[in-house]
Design a protein around this ligand. Structure first.
Ligand code: SF4
Ligand code: FES
Length: 246
């Protein structure tokens, strides 16, 4: 199996693609294939990973133009993967020489500056969490509060977000508008707004509705199709758009 991998030794632009021949084994993931390349053929190949178990969110990348977790994607499954994403330039650009019948194409997650090869700078993804102040602030005298099963169910899918930034990388609006806070931040804003245990919940809705938030979302839903955890940020954004802040 051939892997065609985007390279950028100095960061910035993809400068070229290198092709490697992988020795396949049963159950091998894309991350395993990258380790094989790094261990046996090219120690200079840079990629990011942490848990190897689809929970840390570190290994998001484009595989055959689909944003996935490298550790959560088996090489044998790649041919059957289909996301039906709306195209935007990083997805529609086909690099010279790539034939999907002959090789697997690996590229960095779009919409972020490239630091080296498959490693991107996620600062703007995390900055949006700070900008919207997406955390709970205990009030004086607050005590621990338990959640009702119904309350927990309301926010459950949003709690499953692993901050992998795949939704941000899959979003055509994030590609065009640098200021857009992105789908994960808005899903998290809804998660706090809809959490009955918190006080001052309106501030999350107000933050989500500010000019660089939900108003920029065009409800394209690439985030819903690509999210590896079923968080479905588009649903939260739709609710944010419908909710009045009066
Ligand atoms: S919403 Fe989904 S795709 Fe976006 S950061 Fe969270 S887990 Fe990743
Ligand atoms: S290495 Fe942690 S999600 Fe892939």
């Amino acid at each position: 199996m051939l892997f065609r991998i985007a390279r950028s030794r100095e960061g910035g632009e993809i400068t070229h693609y290198d092709v490697y021949k992988i020795e396949l084994s049963e159950g091998m993931t894309v991350l395993d294939a990258l380790f094989q390349i790094q261990d046996r053929m090219d120690p200079s190949l840079a990629f990011r990973y942490g848990c190897r178990g689809a929970v840390c969110g570190s290994c998001g990348m484009l595989v055959n133009k689909m944003p996935v977790l490298a550790c959560g994607t088996q090489v044998e499954e790649i041919r059957d993967l289909s996301m039906n994403l709306q195209d935007f330039p990083p997805l529609s650009h086909i690099p010279a020489g790539w034939d999907p019948e002959r090789s697997v194409l690996i590229e960095p997650l779009p919409n972020f500056p490239i630091l080296k090869d498959l490693v991107v700078d996620l600062s703007k993804f995390y900055d949006s969490l700070e900008e919207l102040k997406l955390w709970a602030e205990p009030q004086p005298g607050n005590e621990a509060r338990s959640h009702s099963p119904e309350g927990r169910k309301r926010i459950e899918r949003y709690v499953h977000c692993i901050m992998c930034a795949i939704c941000f990388g899959a979003c055509p609006v994030n590609h065009e508008k640098e200021e857009y806070v992105g789908p994960a931040a808005l899903a998290k804003a809804w998660r706090f707004y809809d959490d009955a245990r918190l006080t001052q919940r309106r501030r999350y809705l107000e933050a989500a509705k500010q000019a660089d938030g939900a108003p920029l979302c065009e409800l394209i839903m690439n985030c819903v199709r690509a999210c590896p955890k079923g968080v479905a940020p588009g649903g939260a954004i739709h609710k944010i758009k419908s909710e009045s802040i009066e």
